[in-house]
Design a binder for this molecule. Structure first.
Ligand SMILES: Cc1cc2nc3c(=O)[nH]c(=O)nc-3n(C[C@H](O)[C@H](O)[C@H](O)COP(=O)(O)OP(=O)(O)OC[C@H]3O[C@@H](n4cnc5c(N)ncnc54)[C@H](O)[C@@H]3O)c2cc1C
Length: 494
């Protein structure tokens, strides 16, 4: 992809467009047709402006500061962290020292192959290659800053345990403190509104609302978009999602409203996989507890998934994105996870356990009536499932393991019984603007837009048509670091 990414001036770009034709006909000064021409006077000047204080933004800031750039981070919310700070803290990295200590034989190549396989051949391979090659350096970088990893775990679709678990909140605090310690200026409640370009089409600054005042900030080297995805923007979801959205709960960082995508598109940025039917809606779908609106995955500890009619409809051990997708077409999109005491305890003891609140009953019939599931059908289905477990063969859905290739299904037979009532939730979007491996934003003619970089959920292309657990947060941190280094190394503009 990079070899096609020639830098092109806005002038050349405009020549071939309707605007360019308009310029010729009306004799307008070219400057007048730019989306947002530079102001007469800048209110502030820095080397690098980073828009969005989540995982990608802080990693970019750390690297930009280390390279000596005067760096400003704009965050529109009162608190920093975005989706990164509320995420599950799963990070896909390989091959790490933690994996080696546990005798797990992983490599960048195996990681690359798994990412491509999970992405069903639809990933932008160069981005996957960069992620797989750079991920261990990112792990070491986090460890060097004091980030603690608790475990490395298996997930569906992975060849080996590769998902490193950490506290997302603690990690974001560490990254934020490091950014400001290195000299980055951080302004909260300061939304970026638009980008400024010069007559050559180079991005040269940002128009932001700071203390409720329009403020024009010059970026002498570059602007980096780290604004996250668009899970909280209903209009964009309607526009780009291949599936209806009525039954989806969006639980994502409040600021993930697609601002960076729009700002970049104003200057011709190409979309990448915005409409690809990935999981429920062009994003990461996952079953969520309908009451607590938190992630719920007792299926990976052995719970059986049924619909309102009491029937199984999916292999409970496949990726949660596929389970959420299957749930979309069930009655009221309800996904019930049925557990017995053994499964309940295994789930509680696992690192999966979150804040979900199951219903509890002494019999399956009573549980069905509490949860609103067809009672006789549920009893019959669980009996059938227990028979499959005893026979070691699930002819209905082919469930062989609990997570990926690990753990064996157990029968649901010991009271009390539990029902986790969930629906598909949307936690992240996977499509975004197109970037190359240097994180330069790419326009619709496959050319880099000068002075503009992007990293994290605002970008598309890496995931393809599937989702490797831990690659959303991981992508933000790995590519955020690259963006910070590259932006800081741009030649300063006068
Ligand atoms: C509940 C939940 C669980 C998840 N679990 C995992 C997991 O375990 N592992 C994993 O890999 N992924 C997970 N994800 C996805 C992952 O968290 C995100 O994809 C990733 O952290 C995004 O990082 P980011 O830095 O690109 O964006 P964010 O962390 O969302 O940061 C973007 C920031 O930009 C700000 N912003 C937006 N617009 C503007 C503007 N105009 N001006 C200024 N600031 C702006 C936002 O307010 C926000 O603070 C989860 C997501 C959620 C919601």
């Amino acid at each position: 992809m990079e070899k096609n990414s020639k830098r092109l001036s806005r002038r050349t770009f405009i020549k071939g467009t309707a605007i360019g034709v308009g310029v010729g006909i009306t004799g307008l000064n070219l400057k007048e047709v730019y989306a947002l021409p530079a102001p007469q006077k800048w209110n502030k000047e820095v080397d690098v402006i980073i828009i969005g204080a989540g995982g990608a933004g802080f990693c970019a800031a750390i690297e930009a500061c280390k390279a000596g750039a005067k760096t400003l981070i704009l965050e529109k919310e009162p608190v920093t962290g975005g989706s990164s700070a509320i995420c599950g803290g799963s990070l896909a990295f390989a091959p790490t020292s933690m994996q080696k200590e546990k005798g797990i034989n992983d490599s960048p190549n195996l990681f690359y192959e798994d990412l491509l396989k999970i992405g069903k051949g639809r990933c932008v391979k160069e981005l996957v290659r960069t992620y797989a090659d750079e991920s261990n350096a990112c792990y070491e970088f986090l460890v060097s800053l004091g980030v603690k990893f608790q475990s490395v775990e298996m997930r569906p679709g992975l060849s080996v345990p590769r998902v490193h678990r950490t506290s997302a909140g603690d990690t974001l605090n560490i990254l934020k403190n490091e950014s400001t310690k290195l000299g980055a200026e951080l302004l909260t409640r300061s939304p970026a509104k638009r980008l400024y370009a010069n007559p050559q089409g180079r991005i040269i600054g940002v128009k932001a609302k700071i203390k409720n005042k329009d403020t024009s900030i010059k970026a002498k080297r570059a602007v980096i978009l780290t604004t996250g995805g668009f899970a909280m923007n209903k209009d964009m979801l309607k526009e780009y999602s291949p599936l209806p959205l009525e039954s989806i709960m969006a639980v994502s960082g409040l600021g993930t409203t697609g601002d960076g995508i729009k700002m970049a598109m104003e200057y011709g940025a190409a979309p990448s996989q915005m409409t690809l039917a990935l999981s429920p809606i062009t994003g990461v779908g996952i079953p969520m507890d309908v009451n607590t609106k938190t992630i719920s995955q007792p299926n990976y500890a052995g719970a059986v998934i049924v619909n309102k009619e009491g029937k199984r409809f999916v292999n409970e051990s496949v990726a949660y994105t596929d389970i959420a997708l299957a749930g979309m077409s069930q009655t009221e999109a309800l996904i019930f996870h049925i557990a017995d005491e053994q499964v309940f305890n295994a789930y509680k003891a696992s690192t999966y356990s979150r804040m979900d609140r199951p219903l509890k009953a002494d019999t399956l019939e009573e549980l069905a009536s509490k949860a609103g599931i067809a009672s006789a059908a549920l009893v019959e289905e669980i009996n059938k499932y227990n028979g499959h477990v005893a026979a070691g063969n699930d002819p209905d859905f082919g469930r062989k393991s609990l997570v990926g290739i690990a753990g064996k299904p157990t029968p649901i037979k010991t009271a009390p019984f539990y029902a986790y009532v969930t629906k598909p939730g949307l936690i992240a979007t996977m499509g975004g603007i197109k970037v190359n491996t240097k994180t330069e934003v790419i326009n619709v003619f496959d050319e880099a837009i000068p002075g503009l970089y992007a990293a994290g959920e605002v970008t598309g292309g890496m995931h393809g048509a599937g989702y490797h657990t831990g690659s959303g947060f991981g992508k933000a941190l790995v590519f955020g670091r690259i963006a910070g280094k590259k932006a800081a190394n741009e030649k300063p503009q006068r």
